[in-house]
Unconditional design. Structure first.
Length: 267
């Protein structure tokens, strides 16, 4: 925890905890530690606390999120990577690690957290990422850096045609919240994250259908598509992926409350 040149640091911390708790922050003590460590001084700390109390996601206030052991930059207006999605990355790392110089594509990449974490976990990866949101693309380019290329556009559209039939691992953390349920999300997500990163259409699977339909053209023989979904959508999602000609299976993490559908192109 950072110490400011003030005899009131402890009392200030206590006051911040009280303020955050009153604003509905469940982990007020942990958030206070993070804010104290991130602020350059009392004025910046006060401004950060004010933004958090106003409902801005903690990650947007800090400017970063912890994901797969990495500190990933997350700019205002960019989707915040969820801890449950670390399970998808673990599955992808296991698959990509079987192939030398695996070709990886991260669709709907947001901050680029998934592709960055996967590339950091392996020694040799050819990484490509896309997102339709300009703010997300700018953020992802900062995170991905020299690990790969980030393109702006809708799903596969901006990818180089030379990748067709060569992709070993296709990550697609698509939006899967049904349209009618978006308004039920916590204000942090509903107000401060782009709707395009949340709204998956009537049953939540509209974007997944588009990805699954096109995936076989981009996957290499034996390559896999990985998509996150909810437990209640898993059966329909697996049916959708299987209907595109991929061999589909569902994997679940009880610990992270995460559900991932993996579709593999036959050899």
């Amino acid at each position: 925890m950072q110490e400011f040149a003030s005899p009131h640091t402890a009392s200030s911390a206590s006051s911040i905890v009280t303020t955050l708790r009153a604003a509905g922050c469940v982990f007020a003590e942990d958030e206070t530690e993070l804010l104290l460590s991130a602020a350059a001084g009392p004025a910046e700390l006060a401004a950060m606390v004010e933004r958090r109390v106003a409902g801005l996601p903690l990650e947007h206030v800090l400017g970063w999120a912890e994901f797969c052991g990495l500190r990933v930059a997350v700019d205002p207006g960019v989707f915040v990577p969820r801890r449950r999605t670390e399970f998808l990355v673990r599955q992808a790392v296991a698959l990509a690690g079987r192939k030398p110089a695996a070709v990886v594509v991260d669709l709907c990449c947001g901050s680029g957290a998934l592709g960055t974490a996967l590339a950091a976990a392996l020694t040799d990866v050819e990484l490509h990422a896309t997102d339709v949101e300009p703010a997300a693309v700018r953020c992802a380019r900062r995170n991905v850096g020299e690990l790969g290329q980030v393109y702006e556009g809708d799903l596969f559209e901006p990818l180089p045609g030379s990748l067709r039939g060569r992709v070993d691992v296709l990550l697609a953390n698509v939006p899967y919240v049904p349209t009618d349920d978006v308004e039920l999300l916590p204000p942090e997500a509903r107000i401060h994250e782009p709707r395009v990163a949340l709204d998956g259409g009537g049953d939540g699977l509209d974007v997944m259908r588009r990805v699954a339909a096109a995936a076989p053209d981009w996957l290499a023989p034996g390559g896999s598509l990985l998509v996150e979904t909810s437990e209640r959508q898993a059966a329909r999602a697996a049916e959708t992926v299987g209907g595109s000609g991929l061999s589909a299976r569902v994997v679940v993490s009880e610990e992270l409350y995460a559900t991932v559908v993996i579709g593999t192109r036959p050899l």
